[in-house]
Ligand binder design. Structure first.
Ligand code: ATP
Ligand code: MG
Length: 425
């Protein structure tokens, strides 16, 4: 017999037992985004390879070694999206969306990167991101960060540290880059292989190395502060003051850079210390130069993306004391063929009357006893019972499955009102 087919390495199923957590996460975050006036954009999972090369940058880890690129049957080079900004910018230019700026957008979806799979690092993963186009002041930087803080509050995730930094203007960064290259050239023998390559291609990224053996050298490297231009410095101070005024604590991390080429000015990350090596759950910053780079006009932009797998790991549904949003309120037990048609009708009537009701109708027949077992296992609060007797009397049995086990009888006509009351719908 052939070997069982397994899922692709680094690409995981989210099984039905854990999908509730995902739904809660997505619903809450998307709800908050809508409350702040952000609108959803959905772009294709596949784009032309060129798009990512141009927007993310050829020297980045993503483009140089992590992309799922293939030639389609028409001979065109396509790539599974590794992040969400490139597609959003493409859509923005293609549809002239910047005419309505400022634009506050969000997206949610699968991303693909051919990385070495490990805890918190997958090859297929989910991100929610938000992006704002057309605003250049620190007010919008602060709004995005405040929105993130609200995600964590309403998801019941605490102990995330907010780290912020500024990369300065493009010009300031170029100058700083030269200083860094000089410093690391002098310590070339202490650089690991990865950093040797980064020194040639993208020296700022050495500061982002996760290798513990590199940390002492990175600490010793000259900082950005002395090379900061006045405008970026003021912007950064403005952001800090706004965060202070709404009471969001932050840490200044002068070594914080981002993996992508197009960042300038504000950068930030939210980091957890309970996830091990892959502790960043949300990362973002400004990319004021990206649209211009695309041949568009100069439109300031800022955004963030968060990794949902890492957030799910941090979420504790039970702490929130909430019912699993997928478990039914009511399990409808129906015994006997003649009862089934009426039971089916009742179920549909209840769904008309109570749109919020989650009702699971028993299918597949079987004894009362076996159906009760299934009702129990379903996690429902209430079992409704319809057998031949109830059919004659035009009523159902109602039994609470949690707490005291008395069964009462209820006329069909009173059923919707009673459930509404009992379940608080
Ligand atoms: P790193 O330096 O850790 O590789 P990155 O700069 O590649 O991070 P981003 O592109 O900014 O990460 O992605 C934003 C967020 O998406 C990350 O903070 C993380 O939560 C999540 N993420 C990124 N790559 C992966 C992955 N391979 N698996 C799971 N989540 C990921
Ligand atoms: Mg990465």
């Amino acid at each position: 017999m052939a070997d069982k087919i397994q899922s692709v390495k680094g690409m995981h199923d989210i099984l039905q037992q854990s999908s509730s957590k995902w739904q809660t996460l997505e619903n809450r975050v998307q709800g908050i985004l809508n409350r702040y006036g952000y609108q959803e954009i959905r772009t294709p999972v596949v784009e032309k390879t060129e798009l990512f090369k141009r927007s993310i940058g050829e020297t980045t880890d993503i483009v140089s070694k992590e992309m799922y690129t293939f030639t389609d049957l028409g001979g065109e080079s396509l790539t599974l999206r590794p992040e969400g900004t490139a597609g959003t910018v493409r859509a923005l230019l293609q549809h002239g969306l910047y005419q309505n700026s400022p634009l506050r957008l969000w997206y949610c979806g699968l991303m693909f990167r051919h990385e070495r799979p490990q805890k918190g690092r997958l090859r297929q993963f989910n991100q929610i991101g938000a992006e704002v186009y057309g605003l250049k002041g620190p007010d919008i930087d602060a709004e995005l960060i405040a929105m993130c803080a609200r995600f964590w509050k309403e998801l019941g995730i605490d102990n995330l540290e907010l780290q912020i930094n500024t990369l300065g203007s493009n010009e300031a960064r170029r100058k700083y880059r030269d200083v860094l290259v000089e410093f690391f050239q002098d310590h070339k023998n202490d650089l690991d292989d990865d950093s040797q390559i980064r020194l040639e291609k993208n020296p700022l990224r050495i500061l982002d190395s996760k290798n513990p053996e590199m940390q002492a050298l990175i600490e010793a490297a000259p900082g950005m502060a002395e090379h900061m231009d006045e405008q970026s410095g003021e912007h950064f101070l403005g952001l800090q003051n706004l965060l202070g005024s709404i009471g969001i604590p932050f840490t200044l991390n002068p070594r914080l850079v981002r993996g992508l080429d197009y960042y300038s000015n504000t950068v930030f990350e939210w980091v957890s210390d309970s996830l091990g090596a892959q502790g960043t759950v949300c990362a973002g910053g400004r990319y004021d130069g990206l649209l211009e780079h695309f041949g568009g006009r100069t439109i300031p932009a800022i955004g963030f993306a968060m990794g949902l797998e890492r957030l799910v790991e941090l979420m504790s549904l039970s702490d929130a004391g909430e019912k699993d949003p997928q478990s039914p309120h009511v399990y409808l037990i129906i015994a006997g063929d003649s009862a089934f048609a009426r039971g089916f009708q009742l179920a549909e009537e209840l769904k008309d009357a109570l749109p919020e009701l989650r009702l699971l109708m028993h299918c597949g027949g079987g004894s009362f006893k076996s159906q009760f077992k299934k009702a129990d296992k379903s996690g429902a609060d209430i079992a409704l019972i319809l057998g031949e007797d109830e059919l004659d009397k035009q009523c159902v049995g109602l039994k609470h499955l949690r707490g005291e086990n008395v069964q009462s009888e209820l006329a069909w006509t009173d059923l919707a009102d009673r459930l509404k009351l009992e379940l608080g719908l």
